[in-house]
Design a protein. Structure first.
Length: 381
């Protein structure tokens, strides 16, 4: 039996989603003379949440002021617009309306406006007549968010990977973190596995865990070695999307959101892509709270299409006059990596180095607005 191959790098990033690639790009820029490798368990970058989302550039109007989620969203939004313009990533500053279709929603709109103001984000309040005129719907009130937008997340990740590789970094696909071996004051040693079942030992001086759904499982190995008592867990929360028929394309050139869903999302909303094609979603589906053996089972559209179509029609018809059931076709499923601490939902982003002074850092619960926040989170490295 041959000895296991050992590879040594200055920097290792686990996960080639948008957050992992942003971290890799930042590290390659900050430490140009150091070696860097990104390990991605799939055959290509961004195969999970980073390519299964609304691609919305969030303004930072919902998140608790002062938290990492709020700060990284507001800062990341500015960085994202600048980066995309500099590197020719398709992006559209289309803005969005958060709408109140009845009087019971108005207090929630006011709360959103107060939260946004505390985060340094200005929103325009529209009374009923002005909201109805501008949005084209019968509304009691609305908020206009002028800095919201849409980005091509695939091209964004492509640019981040290219920049990293242009500075000598490498992205290895079909390579996954398997098992932590040891942590010293200066080095992390772990076993990685390839898609062909081969194993290798990797040693590094800086380890970044941006593995999305797998991030808590990896972090728990470090926590156990450090003797930490608290436990982190990631539970997948699914969200289905339906695309609108072609007659809706170009009808709206902005996003339309209802008030947030108390079950954990921002409500089934209307987004558009860069071609102005309309889409409704996501809903909130907690039916599969463990990562299945077949990961892609999370992303497969459900069999009960007609039941879901009825639910989306009911949600969408509240703010899209003229919507018909036959206008809705199944599109895709997104998965949010929801973070739990000791079994209790933890709604904030967590970046934890477990007291290692940056030797190993774990990004946990980086769900929405993860695309918007990615460049700001990467600046921390």
């Amino acid at each position: 039996m041959s000895a296991m191959e050992t590879l040594e790098f200055d920097n290792v990033v686990i996960g080639a989603g948008v957050v992992g690639l942003a971290c890799a790009e930042a590290l390659s820029r900050r430490y140009p003379n150091e070696s860097l490798i990104v390990l991605e368990r799939h055959f290509k970058f961004g195969q999970e949440a980073s390519s299964h989302n609304s691609e919305v550039v969030h303004a930072g109007i919902y998140y608790t002021p002062g938290t990492l989620k709020a700060r990284s969203c507001v800062e990341g939004k500015k960085l994202l617009y600048d980066f995309c313009r500099e590197h020719q990533v398709p992006i559209m500053n289309c803005g969005k309306y958060v709408v109140a279709s009845d009087d019971s929603h108005i207090p929630k709109l006011k709360n959103i406006r107060e939260t946004a103001a505390a985060n340094g984000v200005e929103l325009e309040w529209l009374e009923s007549a002005e909201a109805t005129r501008r949005v084209g719907l019968e509304l009691r009130a609305a908020l206009w968010s002028p800095t919201s937008g849409i980005v091509d997340s695939h091209v964004l990740m492509e640019r981040l990977a290219h920049l990293t590789e242009s500075r000598g970094g490498m992205v290895l696909y079909k390579h996954a973190f398997h098992e932590l071996e040891s942590v010293t004051d200066t080095e992390v040693s772990f076993i990685a596995c390839t898609g062909d079942g081969e194993s290798m030992r990797i040693r590094c001086r800086r380890f970044v865990n941006a593995a999305g759904l797998a991030s808590a499982r990896i972090a728990e190995q470090f926590r156990a070695l450090a003797g930490r008592g608290d436990s982190w867990q990631i539970k997948p929360c699914r969200g289905r999307y339906f695309t609108l028929a072609s007659e809706w394309t170009g009808r709206y050139k902005f996003l339309i959101y209802p008030v947030p869903d108390p079950r954990g999302g921002l409500g089934t909303h209307l987004t558009i892509d860069l071609g102005l094609r309309g889409r409704l979603g996501p809903d909130v589906d907690w039916s599969r709270q463990e990562e299945p053996a077949d990961l892609w089972d999370l992303y497969r559209f459900d069999d009960n299409v007609e039941e879901l179509r009825d639910q989306f029609f009911e949600a969408g018809s509240k703010f899209l006059p003229g919507l018909k059931r036959e206008h809705l076709e199944p599109d895709y499923v997104g998965v949010r990596a929801k973070l739990f601490k000791n079994g209790v939902a933890h709604p904030e982003f967590v970046i934890d180095d477990l007291g290692s002074h940056g030797l190993h850092t774990h990004l946990l619960g980086i769900e929405s607005p993860g695309v918007t926040s990615s460049l700001a989170l990467a600046h921390l490295f």
